[in-house]
Design a protein around this ligand. Structure first.
Ligand code: NAD
Ligand code: GDD
Length: 331
């Protein structure tokens, strides 16, 4: 195989689909890789070389990097929102096979740059116990007490990438994503995160006329949410920049979960009543401190939550209508 400009693993998923589209728009040749059958990919992009492969297996990771690559973006992981990661810790930790084998194959193939998608879930739990959160700086990952299961895998894989860079000279780059949302992502089925869940529940209220909505917890927990276009922009900047330590890619616009639901309802133009129910809560408060990314890149994610949620809600409303009509995805 000839050397390709970019390989994206997890390209059938949410962020990977948007990233592949952006790379193709730059005129790059892209090998898009995912374990899912092609009919389940969130975005199908004709000009990409689409490959169904399980890159947790070293042989398959090697084969998708055969011929070498300019940039490798490893986004493949078995993950989801709190409802998934709290109940599937072993499955989340098994993504270590993917993280390890794609990195080994990238090193062997002599790729120019290797990007790893880490998470705000690496941050120490004891720094996220208040809703009135102090935004998380990169050094807050240590002393280590990350999210059980998923967060430990991410923290381990960050360090693995760092040691491959130090010991073998492969140019690794790492971003810690803070709750990414947008169209063409998971919006039902149990792996969805709060923004997609809120959009789905409000869309359901609009379509059924039942305006009582369930929210996990008391809704006073806080988060910042990052629009997917900003995330892709951040991935490309971090991958192509000189800064080689883990860095936040996250919005610093913090809201309570109640405010998130109220925002979606306002965008939809419906009155809703809330019922607070038990659920997987995760940390009490989380926000991204963007001092470092501003210093290193003169940039930070800046899409206003209202603008990003309006685009996401419009897309999820269409999905919900299609599903109610017995149709498949309308991607
Ligand atoms: P996603 O679930 O939509 O996409 C991940 C994709 O990886 C899926 O399509 C899945 O089929 C694929 N995959 C899993 N195992 C694979 C394997 N062995 N071989 C090939 N493909 C495999 O998730 P996403 O939201 O697009 O997340 C992308 C990356 O960003 C993940 O590594 C995730 O942990 C990280 N991340 C995401 C968020 C977020 O809020 N979305 C936050 C922090 C970190
Ligand atoms: N998913 C979900 N669904 N969360 C809900 C719901 C719901 O219907 N209702 C309320 N919530 C609350 C959760 O209880 C949690 O307190 C908060 O909304 C945010 O939940 P998620 O969006 O699922 O996850 P998170 O922000 O705690 O963690 C996510 O972001 C990390 C990066 O910042 C996860 O997706 C992690 O996998 C990711 O790494």
């Amino acid at each position: 195989m000839a050397k390709i400009d970019a390989v994206v693993t997890g390209a059938g998923g949410f962020i990977g689909g948007h990233l592949t589209k952006a790379l193709l728009a730059e005129g790059k040749t892209v090998r898009a890789v995912d374990i899912k059958p092609l009919n389940e990919w969130y975005q199908r992009l004709d000009t990409a070389e689409e490959v169904v492969a399980d890159v947790s297996l070293l042989g398959e990771a090697r084969s998708v990097l055969d011929g070498g690559a300019g940039e490798v973006f490893n986004l493949a992981a078995d993950m989801g929102g709190m409802g998934f990661i709290e109940n599937n810790k072993a499955a989340c930790m098994l993504s270590v096979l993917t993280s390890t084998h794609v990195l080994m194959a990238a090193k062997e193939a002599g790729v120019d740059r290797f990007f790893y998608s880490s998470s705000a879930c690496v941050y120490a739990a004891d720094k996220q116990t208040d809703a009135d959160i102090v935004a998380l700086k990169e050094e807050d990952a240590y002393p280590a007490m990350p999210e059980d299961g998923y967060g430990w895998e991410k923290l381990f894989s960050e360090r693995l990438a760092r040691h491959f860079r130090e010991d073998y000279g492969i140019a690794t780059r790492i971003a810690r994503f803070h709750n990414i949302y947008g169209p063409n992502g998971t919006w039902d089925g149990g792996r969805e995160k709060a923004p997609a869940a809120a959009c789905r529940k409000v869309a359901h209220a609009v379509l059924t006329g039942n305006h009582e909505i369930e929210i996990w917890g008391d809704g006073l927990q806080t988060r910042s949410f990052t629009y997917v276009d900003d995330c892709v922009d951040g991935i490309l900047r971090v991958t192509r920049g000189d800064f080689d330590e883990p860095i936040n890619v996250g919005s610093s616009e913090v809201v309570t979960i109640n405010q998130l639901y109220a925002l979606v309802a306002d965008i939809a133009g419906v009155e809703i009543s809330y019922k607070h129910v038990p659920g997987a809560l995760g940390v009490r408060g989380r926000n991204s401190d963007n001092t470092l990314i501003l210093k290193e890149f003169g940039w930070e994610p800046s899409t206003r939550l209202r603008d990003g949620i309006a685009r996401t809600y419009a897309w999820i409303l269409e999905q919900a209508k299609a599903k109610a009509a017995g149709l498949a995805y309308t991607n």
